[in-house]
Design a protein around this ligand. Structure first.
Ligand code: AR6
Length: 178
């Protein structure tokens, strides 16, 4: 059975099959983790993103990783948090699910996620972490024939603690990578 790995760090430094980008609907870069990924990947990433035609919240699209240690980047657009009654959880869940589906269709195994929507898009991390963990866990169970190694990379120790506490509470199999 696959396990969800949790770690603190900078997602742009990971040598994995794919990292996931918390993008905006233009898919043409921005601040936060999106800006860090574009800076580390170099200008060819933006060139390829210009051919994608953007994406709607919940969708995911894949590009090469260029100068990143990761081979691929899966760009997904999280929901902007507007109080939680506007379908935010469903949209956020589709971000994780669609990213994992793309990874599987490309035969990728190690896939690193940031905490989508919990920065500029202001999704409270308490709620967002439960959606992230629940969706990834469900995918691993439904897809147990395909061995995957999902990693959630948190930028701060405080964020990592929230994910650990919720994984514990939800009875999810996880491993902290220090
Ligand atoms: N590695 C891992 N996590 C990071 C890194 C990093 N290098 N940098 C930031 N984070 P955000 P969003 C964390 O704002 O909320 C962009 O402008 C950060 O601490 O990057 O989905 C896009 O273009 C936070 O926990 O993404 C969109 O316009 C998490 O990544 C908008 O922001 C997500 O924060 C998307 O907002």
């Amino acid at each position: 059975m696959s396990v969800i790995k949790l770690m603190r760090g900078d997602i742009t430094r990971l040598s994995v099959d794919a990292i996931v980008n918390a993008a905006n609907p233009t898919l043409l870069g921005g601040g936060g983790v999106d800006g860090a990924i574009h800076r580390a990947a170099g200008p060819q990433l933006l060139q390829e993103c210009q051919t994608l035609g953007g994406a709607r919240p919940g969708e995911a699209k894949i590009t090469h990783g260029y100068n990143l240690p990761a081979r691929w980047v899966i760009h997904t657009v999280g929901p902007i948090y507007r109080g939680g009654e506007s379908g935010e959880a469903e949209t956020l869940s589709r971000c994780y699910e669609n990213s994992l589906c793309i990874a599987r269709s490309y035969g990728l195994r190690t896939v690193a996620f940031p905490s989508i929507s919990t920065g500029a898009y202001r999704y409270p991390i308490e709620e967002a972490s439960r959606v992230a963990l629940g969706t990834i866990d469900r995918f691993l169970r439904e897809c147990s024939y395909y061995e995957m190694e999902p990693i959630i990379v948190l930028h701060t120790e405080g964020d990592l603690q929230v994910y650990i506490e919720n994984a514990e509470e939800m009875g999810i199999t996880y491993e902290v990578q220090r």
